[in-house]
Design a protein around this ligand. Structure first.
Ligand code: UDP
Length: 373
């Protein structure tokens, strides 16, 4: 009999959801986290009464009513709607691609029909089904928008040419022939009032958590403590990169506390879509929560190559990496006592709602197994 039923490695949204649910159902869990705080990448730091999204902006959105209600049990959400602005060489456009964008970009476009015809003309240059992100983007919105609002941003973000990127990445963004700047198509959206930490702290309220502990540096010791392990770190690192490392993108953040302005850019998110500006976006955190305090805090987000030992943010789900991931997955399938999950454990570009859905599915399976045994 071991001390814990589950050892959960990583206190991000995935690990914390599992810890909360398993504990609620009577299991004894220990969460270990290598950082000095819980919350993973949704962690916020309070600076001058502003919740600063330390590891990049997180906007919760979902179309799944169950998941929306699930999140609301931990915290109330405000009615923030994400409507980023794109700055291309000092020209400002609305995102996602919608009638506001089209009419600003093309002076001869006034109606949805005009916009559709314009895009149709521009996509005629493609003779076949889109094979990569560049072709997919042109087929969705035409070459003009691709050149001004997609190419520079995407190539900075992913560190490779749009021609070498999978088409699905750009399909995340809506294209609309209405004057609607809502970045998401989901039914529910918002920012937790009081910040994301409130959610995680509530999830982990009755769970034992060890901070500043790196599981991989002390595997044997920790394995001895629990019957099962839920591992939310990088799957390739778990296996000592035995088939070689998967590729990730990393991010560097430059945060500035501004005292002499209360409103730096008038919006929470401004994307810089040219290829000269080194950062992809500037986040002005106070606008996520309609905070009218004095001063403001902004963060410039610089994408960067990921190297072993650095923080991995985005899995690069192209064919080459997905094939390599499948090799690690084969190893994972042979494990009877280890479950891999979350963005890094599953090597998937998950949004937060998908992370929760996946965690709840695992809990269901675990409880069923428990009943069988
Ligand atoms: N994208 C773009 N221009 C923009 C914003 C996004 O071309 O101004 C593309 C880019 O390829 C990016 C993808 O859309 O990788 C997905 O963007 P999203 O905002 O969903 O990314 P995240 O917030 O997850 O970084």
């Amino acid at each position: 009999m071991k001390e814990y039923d589950y050892l959960i490695v990583g206190a991000g949204l995935y690990g914390s959801t599992l810890a909360y649910e398993l504990t609620k159902n009577g299991a004894k869990c220990l969460v270990i986290e290598k950082r000095n705080h819980v919350g993973g990448n949704i962690y916020c730091e309070q600076i001058n009464n502003i919740n600063v999204h330390k590891y990049g902006a997180h906007i919760f959105h979902t179309s799944n009513k169950k998941i929306w209600e699930y999140m609301n049990q931990f915290c109330e959400f405000n009615n923030y709607i994400n409507a980023p602005i794109a700055n291309y060489k000092n020209e400002l456009y609305n995102l996602p691609f919608n009638m506001n964008t089209f009419t600003k970009l093309w002076s001869d476009v006034l109606t949805p029909n005009d916009a559709k015809n314009k895009i149709e003309d521009q996509k005629n240059e493609l003779k076949k089904e889109p094979q990569n992100l560049e072709e997919q983007a042109i087929s969705l919105v035409g070459r003009d928008i691709y050149e001004k609002l997609i190419k520079g941003y995407t190539e900075k973000q992913w560190g490779r040419e749009c021609k070498a990127l999978p088409a699905f990445i750009i399909k995340r963004l809506p294209v609309r022939f209405t004057f609607d700047n809502n970045y998401f198509n989901d039914n529910y959206q918002g920012i937790p009032i009081g910040g994301y930490n409130k959610i995680i702290n509530k999830m982990l309220e009755n769970v034992e958590v060890l901070l500043n502990n790196d599981y991989l540096k002390n595997r044997a010791k920790f394995n001895d403590k629990a019957n099962k392990i839920i591992y939310t770190g990088m799957i390739d690192e778990y296996y000592d990169f035995c088939y070689g490392p998967l590729e990730y993108r990393s991010l560097k953040f430059e945060t500035e506390v501004l005292k002499d302005t209360d409103n730096y850019q008038g919006n929470a998110v401004v994307n810089y879509t040219d290829n000269q500006t080194k950062y992809t976006r500037i986040i002005e955190h106070k606008h996520f929560e309609f905070n009218e305090c004095k001063g403001t805090v902004i963060t410039k987000e610089y994408p960067s190559d990921w190297k072993i030992g650095e923080e991995a943010y985005y899995p690069i789900n192209d064919e080459k990496n997905n094939q390599l991931y499948n090799k690690y997955l084969e190893l994972a399938k042979k494990e009877s006592k280890v479950i891999f999950g979350g963005r890094l454990g599953n090597y998937k570009y998950y949004d937060m709602d998908k992370v929760i859905i996946e965690a709840l599915n695992v809990v269901e399976r675990e409880l069923e197994d428990d009943q069988k045994n």
